[in-house]
Design a protein around this ligand. Structure first.
Ligand code: AGP
Length: 612
């Protein structure tokens, strides 16, 4: 996934574009570039590496202008390099394009253009766009017509922007399958118009925004002009930009990830305030009828990465609380397995970004089978939100760190409350039980705060892990997904190989991995599974494995058996995933820091995987 920005206005163009790109860097960070109409000429600057590297390059350039576009890349076609960095231009360098997505028919288009004599500089799919526009210009079309004609040739997903010396005061844009926002602000009495892949790049300049829909294109000039692919004018309405600068700023924290870990208690409070009132469970935004929900026969959850881990916990919540047969699949598997379904099946998508390509494809697959779709997302303007019949807001606020933390616990809590909501609809829960659950849920924020106070002790565990090459995580039932999530956190930001296993599987192979160099993290809070987890712990210990145990407060028995023990407040087992994951998030964070890794922008990753 990549990040795109564009600006027309009175401010100095390079600083506006650079600041916008820095705020989008979580979307991709292997190269960056910008194109500006400077003193009437199209000027390009691009660099391999981070935006800071581009900034250094700009120091030698005197850019004067007020129209420009920028791009930060997560490579799909062609390795990270200056040659493959965006913007890409036509042969005479009079027009420049930045693009997010994949042009699926780029090879065919490239061959046609090469036969016409076009020379390609890069290995990217994107470079076919400026040459196509150029070819249509040579056929006598105006720039506007050439841009539209080019869009009609492209197959695949794109969010793109283009500027040209032919119309120095204009930025063209188009969206099909990848997010793009147009926005408007004002500075010193003058209007400014902006373009971005995601809202953080627009804050605080933009006061009004419009999230483009697929098939829409247009241009920023002295205003925003919007059309569809039939070249008909499209009316649209602005919506106020409500995200504040502090929501997307690290503040006093050194990294977004640690800030977002510490935001979790407050996010739990926010969710509970909205969804749990006087023992009533409320999903006011739910558009699926109570009749349909109370007669549901089956739920299929589909999601990716951390969101699938939340889905695996939700599977147990929905089965045990609402008594609905539920499966949870990786989106990338669900979309190809052609499930046997009926009219009483609900497909549930879970996605923090709301842009994950596989999860979106899973939704398309569900709709192709005429199934109802409900999605839990952290961005109500996202593509997944728009393409789902029902949408539940995770309410976690913008999550910038590539490693998902606060969105995960927000997913768990929203999904748990949704399971209770269904259990109520289906007469599966007694009033007394609901009251005691509500009381326990209200304790979660303060329990989380208690755990976060152990950060210093957890750092000692990270010091132990920092030189290991492999770590195992074991959990059962509700905490089997916690084991998966703890392993994912560690591996994706510290680059230590880590695997999460259902602890019952330990003896069926993984135990062969245990040595005194392979620590085992066991998630063993109070509950039905505790005694079984003690057996697993003993098995690992007998093979010289170092034991790191997540235990309920006061569990001296397991503490005595462990090399390191982290206490979490006692809570009913089904709610323990909301607490047990916090120490694992902090351990991953500190281990990555000790290993000199970039915790917010880990190598090879991007915040949202909008390509398949
Ligand atoms: C989690 O830390 C990872 N960044 C990744 O697995 C992520 O959860 C996955 O790509 C799904 O993203 P989504 O929730 O935005 O769909």
């Amino acid at each position: 996934m990549c990040g795109i920005v564009g600006y027309i206005g009175p401010k100095s163009i390079d600083s506006v574009l650079l600041v916008g790109l820095i705020k989008l860097e979580y979307r991709g960070y292997d190269s960056a570039g910008l194109a500006v109409i400077s003193d009437g000429e199209l000027t390009i600057a691009k660099e391999k590496g981070r935006i800071a590297d581009l900034e250094n390059r700009l120091r030698n350039l005197e850019l004067r202008g007020h129209v420009g576009i920028g791009h930060t890349r997560w490579a799909t076609h062609g390795e990270p390099s200056r040659r493959n960095a965006h913007p890409h231009t036509n042969s005479d360098g009079t027009l420049a394009v930045v693009h997010n997505g994949i042009i699926e028919n780029y090879l065919e288009l490239k061959q046609i253009l090469q036969k016409k004599g076009y020379v390609f500089e890069s290995e990217t799919d994107t470079e076919v766009i400026p040459h196509l526009i150029d070819d249509f210009l040579r056929q006598g079309l105006t720039l506007e017509r050439a841009f539209l004609a080019t869009l009609k040739e492209l197959k695949g997903k794109y969010a793109l922007a283009m500027i040209s010396e032919l119309q120095k005061e204009r930025i063209y844009f188009a969206r099909n399958g990848a997010p793009l926002i147009v926005a408007m602000g004002e500075h010193a009495g003058q209007k400014e118009y902006l373009l971005a892949s995601d809202i953080p790049a627009l804050v605080p300049l933009a006061k009004l925004a419009y999230y483009l829909h697929d098939g829409e294109w247009g241009y920023l000039d002295n205003g925003v002009f919007l059309f569809n692919l039939e070249n008909q004018h499209v009316d649209f309405s602005w919506e106020a930009v409500t995200i504040r600068a502090e929501d997307i700023d690290k503040g006093s924290y050194p990294h977004f990830m640690i800030k977002e870990i510490y935001e979790q208690p407050e996010i739990m409070r926010r969710i509970l305030r909205r969804r749990l009132r006087q023992n009533q469970i409320l999903f006011d935004e739910l558009r699926l009828s109570k009749d349909f929900l109370s007669s549901l026969g089956r739920i299929i959850i589909q999601a990716s990465g951390t969101s699938l881990h939340a889905g695996l916990v939700a599977k147990l919540y929905l089965e045990q609380r609402a008594h609905i047969e539920t499966t949870a699949d990786y989106s990338s598997e669900f979309r190809y397995r052609n499930p046997v379904v009926g009219g009483d099946t609900l497909v549930v998508g879970i996605s923090q970004s709301g842009e994950t390509a596989d999860t979106l494809a899973g939704i398309h697959e569900a709709k192709a089978k005429f199934l109802r779709v409900l999605s839990f997302v952290n961005n109500l303007n996202s593509t997944i939100a728009r393409e789902s019949e029902g949408v539940i807001d995770l309410m976690a606020g913008p999550e910038i760190g590539v490693a998902s933390t606060k969105a995960y616990t927000a997913e768990l809590l929203n999904l748990y409350l949704f399971a209770l909501y269904l259990s109520e609809l289906r007469w599966k829960i007694q009033e007394e039980e609901k009251k005691s659950l509500a009381l326990e849920l209200q304790n979660i924020p303060s329990y989380m705060e208690e755990i976060l106070q152990q950060e210093k002790q957890l750092r000692a565990i990270s010091e132990y892990l920092a030189d290991k090459n492999s770590v195992l995580f074991l959990g059962r039932t509700f905490n089997y997904p916690t084991a998966l999530e703890g392993a994912l956190k560690l591996k994706e930001i510290s680059y230590i190989h880590a695997e999460g296993y259902a602890a019952g599987e330990f003896k069926h192979g993984p135990i062969a991995l245990v040595t005194d160099k392979v620590p085992v993290i066991v998630i063993a809070p109070q509950g039905e599974m505790r005694s079984k987890m003690i057996s697993n712990l003993q098995e690992a210990k007998a093979r010289k494995g170092t034991i790191i145990a997540i235990i309920s407060k006061g569990d001296d028995e397991i503490a005595a058996l462990s090399d390191f023990a982290i206490e979490i407040p006692s809570i009913r087992e089904e709610l323990s995933p909301l607490l047990a994951v916090l120490p694992l998030q902090l351990i991953a964070y500190h281990t990555a820091l000790l290993r000199g890794c970039d915790v917010d922008k880990p190598r090879n990753l991007a915040k949202s995987v909008t390509v398949e």
